[in-house]
Design a protein around this ligand. Sequence first.
Ligand code: ADE
Length: 243
Amino acid sequence: MRIDVVTVFPDYLAALDLSLIGKARQAGLLDLRVHDLREWTTDRHRTVDDTPFGGGAGMVMRPDVWGCAIDAVLDGDPAGHLVIPTPSGEVFTQRHAEALAAEQHLVVACGRYEGIDARVAEHYRAAGRRVSEVSIGDYVLNGGEVAALVLVEAVGRLLPGVVGNPESLVEESHGAAGLLEYPVYTKPPVWDGLEIPEVLLSGHHARIDRWRRDRALERTAQRRPDMVAALDVARLDKHDRAL
Ligand code: ADE
């Protein structure tokens, strides 16, 4: 997969050289390219923003500069999917990560200030291109760069070969079960007077699976009642329903 990130702060994306995503880039599993938006400015001051029509505080990013940048990194690729992080987007979930991981080419346009002139998304949609405006949560950041880090990591780890053991993607929070993950434990078996749950030492896999499912349900009910409400009741067993 190819991902182009366009930003006025390319250094923000340096963290994508590290860890699993860094390794995936080196292994050629992810072709990630970070670009400085100012490369596409034409004036002496390398201006990317201007005052908002209609008045108000702050500055808005210019559509002409963004249009040149996006066209250049799309590189004529009809498969290129434009992703614009913005607090006014749809809330980004694991479902979005899965859908984006199936794409061949993403272009992530990181806005700053009061955001990118709305005609940019409109222009690319009108041209028949897929455009996703996504928020990473109900809070406001100073720009789209941190959201781009989140997107690239969430999408990148789903690409084949990126996570060493694909089994570890199966039982995660926000996975197919629609539950948060159960609590996990490792050595030592007693720490600070705290013991691990006895059942995990039993070697009895069916009991361990049941215990984990109960804890996942319990935790989801406490922390994310919205996720419990969205569960498909037909897929719950008798024991689940009793909880
Ligand atoms: N830019 C600023 N805040 C954001 C958010 N919550 N999600 C995505 N992009 C943003």
